[in-house]
Design a protein around this ligand. Structure first.
Ligand code: MG
Length: 384
């Protein structure tokens, strides 16, 4: 039986992880759950999956929670609660499904405690890739991708040797605005941006898909997960999201991983790796789909992706700034403070003002993250 802890259990990946687990009660035991502020759903999850330790965002919510769940379940809260659930349970596998670089301390705590990681919190790897990957090596744990593109590449690489890779290609659906020109992006609403054509995901990642920041974060994530230089990482627009990504080898042979867009498949693969078990996801019917489409990535249409590649190549604190500025810009867009196209301006402006640190310590990364958030919050763009 695999023992699991989930950080971010009430979010999109968290709920789908529990959905996978619910199909196989004999194979998984939930040891710990951590959630943000959705107490009602969290209480349901606690009653259903009976973890030993739980954590919620604030002390106030923790006090409310204690009234409504069995008394033998330990309740924690805040950043320390996340670390507690990440590192001090009997779980051998921790699913990191928090949104944003707030997931960094708990992910590092889980690694230090010898837990294997199912990585859905890509911002962690973007903001501190060299520290996270060197700790994974130091503590001898495995980090399995849950992101669908990275799970695809990971599956394509089964039994292959890394030196035979010519390049990997991450596919991109193009997000909710893929058929609009930049002019048509002026004044788009939050509701329009949140309407992703293929995937059902959380708000932040759906906006990140529309700006192509998500693909940028995934490029940096792939660089660290697969230890590949940026020159060997490509991005291709594929509107149907059927080919989740592919690998080209030195002999020009390509192996791709395909399936209906359903996050439960990559989640389950990470949970059961190296085994495969039956999935609640529907089979892919290629005859019914008939055609798949592809088009070249347009880096003028999607400047955030260009910036992500640049930041990745520069390294050091550049990806930290890219990520932190984006997190703030997306939050400001969702609050109606800035327009959709200003998200890229906020990122560009934060990068422009940043003094690069080339081999940052964890403290320097956290300080850069904090300062960038402050700055990005105050970059004065009105609604346009
Ligand atoms: Mg993805």
């Amino acid at each position: 039986m695999r023992k699991i802890a989930i950080l971010g259990s009430t979010g999109s990946i968290g709920t789908q992880t529990l959905d996978v687990i619910s199909h196989y009660p004999d194979q998984f035991k939930v040891e710990g759950l951590a959630a943000g502020t959705n107490a009602a759903l969290f209480i349901e999850q606690i009653h259903r999956f009976k973890p030993r330790k739980v954590s919620i965002a604030t002390k106030e919510l923790a006090d409310q929670l204690k009234q409504q769940i069995p008394a033998d379940i330990e309740v924690y809260y805040g950043d320390e609660g996340l670390v507690e659930v990440a590192s001090r349970t009997d779980a051998d596998f921790v699913v990191t499904a928090l949104v944003g670089s707030q997931g960094l301390p708990s992910t590092l705590a889980a690694i230090r405690a010898g837990k294997n990681i199912g990585l859905a919190n890509k911002e962690t790897l973007v903001t501190a890739g060299h520290i996270v990957t060197s700790m994974v090596r130091e503590y001898g744990v495995t980090m399995l991708p849950i992101d669908s593109e990275h799970s695809a590449i990971f599956q394509c690489l089964n039994g292959e040797s890394m030196e035979n890779i010519k390049k990997i290609t991450i596919t991109a659906s193009g997000g909710s605005f893929r058929d609009r020109t930049r002019e048509q992006l002026q004044g788009v609403t939050v509701e329009e941006a949140l309407n992703h054509p293929n995937w059902s995901m959380g708000a932040k990642i759906t906006i990140d898909s529309a700006t192509m920041v998500n693909k940028g974060l995934e490029v940096i994530e792939a660089h660290w997960l697969f230890d590949l230089p940026y020159e060997q990482i490509d991005v291709l627009i594929h509107p149907e999201s059927i080919i989740h990504s592919f690998v080209e080898f030195n002999d020009s042979s390509i192996i791709a991983q395909m399936g209906n867009p359903d996050m439960r498949v990559p989640i389950q693969y990470a949970l059961t790796y190296p085994e495969r078990i039956a999935s609640p996801a529907a089979s892919l019917d290629l005859a019914r789909i008939g055609k798949l489409h592809f088009r070249e990535m347009d880096y003028d249409r999607y400047p955030c992706l260009r910036m992500a590649f640049e930041c990745g190549k520069i390294g050091g604190t550049a990806p930290t700034v890219f990520n932190a500025a984006n997190e703030v810009a997306v939050a400001r867009f969702l609050r109606g403070e800035i327009s959709f196209l200003h998200i890229e301006d906020v990122i560009a402006s934060a990068l422009d003002k940043h003094q690069l640190i080339s081999m940052p310590t964890l403290e320097q990364i956290q300080e850069t993250d904090r300062l960038t958030r402050q700055l990005a919050l105050n970059i004065p763009f009105g609604l346009s």
